[in-house]
Design a protein. Structure first.
Length: 263
């Protein structure tokens, strides 16, 4: 009887040890996920027309705490959310292009599962990437009561260049690059210059510059009209900010996917 109890005790101890080891391995595996690398792989797989469901599952089943800890710097957060936004635009609209017929509803629809929460493209853009800006506030009005998901996972310092990096699926959107947090400032600078060169037109005789409507919709993000002129001059679109008038061009919302660029 004593021998039997002894062996049962040994089996129980081994079972507990195995369970503890498995739990530790699981936790270590979860905590060791490089979410920036994962976001890059997401877009690489889309470009290669490979299945991305495994990546989507990892994103859905992580936790706010794990994601917050992994995205420890501002550049990591910016690069991650830019890649995630651009990747899900491709995935969802490639499978359901008809959703783009009602863009207003499409961007507000909570259709992306990340860290156990369903979020919308509007939430990612205005809440996480623009740091809780009210989407109709032209870049001048912050949200009053962002939820926990937004407060924990949003960027700490937004930058205006993201407007030349986010691709919402339209023909006039900036092309999709794969952003690496280590090179993010350089990539954003290059992408901004390329997009401004493509979408801007300066008339030397009238001193009028025609620019993308992005400047108009998010003018506060750029520092208002004076900030816009400064950005245009820094990117060699206009020779001087003095007495330059700005006109905003119409935006082409035609659905245009698979528009990738190397930066």
């Amino acid at each position: 009887m004593k021998l039997r109890l002894y062996f049962l005790a040994i089996l129980f101890a081994l079972s507990c040890t195995a369970k503890t080891n498995l739990q530790a391995q699981t936790e270590a595996g979860t905590n060791s996920v490089d979410f920036n690398e994962l976001s890059e792989s997401f877009l690489h797989k889309i470009k290669a027309e490979e299945d991305t469901q495994e990546i989507q599952n990892i994103l859905a089943n992580t936790t706010i705490k794990e994601l917050d800890a992994a995205l420890a710097t501002n550049d990591k957060r910016l690069a991650f959310w830019l890649n995630i936004y651009n990747a899900y635009i491709q995935v969802i609209l490639q499978n359901n292009p008809e959703l783009y017929d009602d863009r207003g509803s499409f961007f507000k629809l909570e259709q992306i599962k990340i860290a156990g929460a369903m979020v919308s493209f509007a939430k990612i853009e205005h809440g996480l990437i623009r740091k809780s800006q009210w989407e109709y506030g032209l870049g001048y009005i912050r949200k009053w009561f962002p939820n926990k998901f937004e407060r924990k996972l949003r960027v700490k310092k937004p930058v205006y260049n993201i407007h030349f990096a986010l691709n919402c699926g339209a023909k006039d959107c900036p092309p999709v690059a794969i952003y690496e947090w280590e090179r993010l400032p350089e990539q954003l600078a290059i992408g901004t210059k390329k997009h401004l060169e493509k979408t801007s037109e300066f008339n030397t005789e009238s001193n009028v510059v025609k620019v993308t409507s992005l400047f108009n919709w998010f003018r506060g993000d750029f520092g208002g009209k004076s900030g816009i002129k400064k950005i245009l001059k820094e990117n060699d679109i206009i020779p001087s900010t003095k007495d330059v008038d700005i006109e905003y061009t119409n935006y082409d919302w035609t659905l245009y996917l698979d528009n990738f660029i190397e930066l």
